[in-house]
Write a protein that binds this ligand. Structure first.
Ligand SMILES: NC(=O)c1ccc[n+]([C@@H]2O[C@H](COP(=O)([O-])OP(=O)(O)OC[C@H]3O[C@@H](n4cnc5c(N)ncnc54)[C@H](OP(=O)(O)O)[C@@H]3O)[C@@H](O)[C@H]2O)c1
Length: 265
């Protein structure tokens, strides 16, 4: 056994906790999972991920290095109140929408290291584009632990708390916009008489290939030009999108997400 293993307590055992747990390097971290009393869920988590679980996470806090809150935003207040009496320097990470480092710091003892991690649903495939922001008291070593933990669910980028508030609409919500585009393209693909399976393959791989092209750092406008010969068929399609102001539509959609998040936070 690696004695330098860091001890991580997950409070919450749902989808996001499980995506993170699956990606964690068990040689570096030992995992303990608690929840809100759903015994079946804890049993499943124990069996599937080969981790320890507890019905009394409060009793375990003092032995932990890291505490991950994988709970709904509205459950945070009561859990943070419980934690505030039990803390002795653990790094506290939340994955909840709207619960930034400033909020965590205001609820926990002075000097507590805190962080906010915002993954997206692709975390369950290890393909999340995750944002994270740190509070004021996080040491370099603790930041390294955090990055090692979220490395298992995909790519990540450190930004400010304010940037997470603003950019969750892009990394968290905009995947749904892409799925809407995929839905429309699948529908029109099916009209050519291919099977549902073929339509999915065509559309999914087209989007994945386009994403790979973007990841080469090529400029999206140049990539579009590369596909579209002037006066050709793709250019005719692009003209429809441009005339109908796809860019404005995207901006409005992102803005609507932000406005709604601001009301909810
Ligand atoms: N799912 C995503 O793709 C995604 C993406 C970004 C951020 N998030 C954020 O991640 C957080 C968790 O989301 P999720 O999708 O994993 O939710 P979920 O599948 O519904 O799981 C929620 C978990 O929280 C536990 N819980 C709720 N209240 C609790 C309490 N008072 N004490 C202890 N445990 C409590 C539940 O316990 P039981 O097992 O006992 O019911 C359950 O294990 C949310 O804040 C969400 O905004 C999720």
């Amino acid at each position: 056994m690696n004695n330098n293993k860091k001890h991580v307590l997950f409070i919450g055992a749902g989808r996001m906790a499980q995506a993170l747990i699956e990606g964690v390097n068990k040689k570096e971290f030992s995992i303990l999972v608690g929840n809100n009393g759903n015994e079946k869920r804890l049993h499943d988590v124990r069996e599937i991920y080969d981790v320890e679980t507890t019905n009394h996470w409060q009793q375990e806090v003092s032995m932990m290095d890291i505490i991950i809150l994988a709970l709904p935003p509205e459950s945070h207040d009561s859990i943070l109140a419980d934690l505030a009496d039990l803390m002795n320097g653990q790094l506290v990470i939340t994955v909840a929408a709207g619960i930034g480092p400033t909020y965590l710091e205001s609820k926990l003892p002075k000097g507590t290291p805190v962080a906010w991690v915002m993954p997206n649903t692709a975390a369950k495939l290890g393909k999340s584009m995750t944002l994270y922001a740190l509070g004021q008291n996080v040491k370099q070593e603790q930041q390294d632990w955090l990055e090692a933990l979220i490395n298992g669910i995909g790519e990540f980028e450190k930004v400010t708390e304010q940037q997470i508030h603003e950019l969750t609409a892009v990394t968290g919500s905009a995947p749904a916009f892409i799925y809407r585009v995929a839905e429309a393209l699948e529908k029109i693909t099916l009209e050519s008489g291919v099977s549902q399976e073929q339509a999915r393959k065509l559309v999914a791989n087209m989007i994945a290939g386009s994403a790979e092209m973007l990841k080469t750092n090529a400029d999206p406008a140049e990539l579009a030009d590369e596909v579209a010969t002037p006066g050709g068929s793709t250019a005719a399609g692009l003209e429809v999108l441009d005339t109908n102001h796809l860019d404005h539509l995207m901006i409005d959609a992102i803005e609507a997400c932000r406005q709604k998040a601001m009301v909810q936070d």
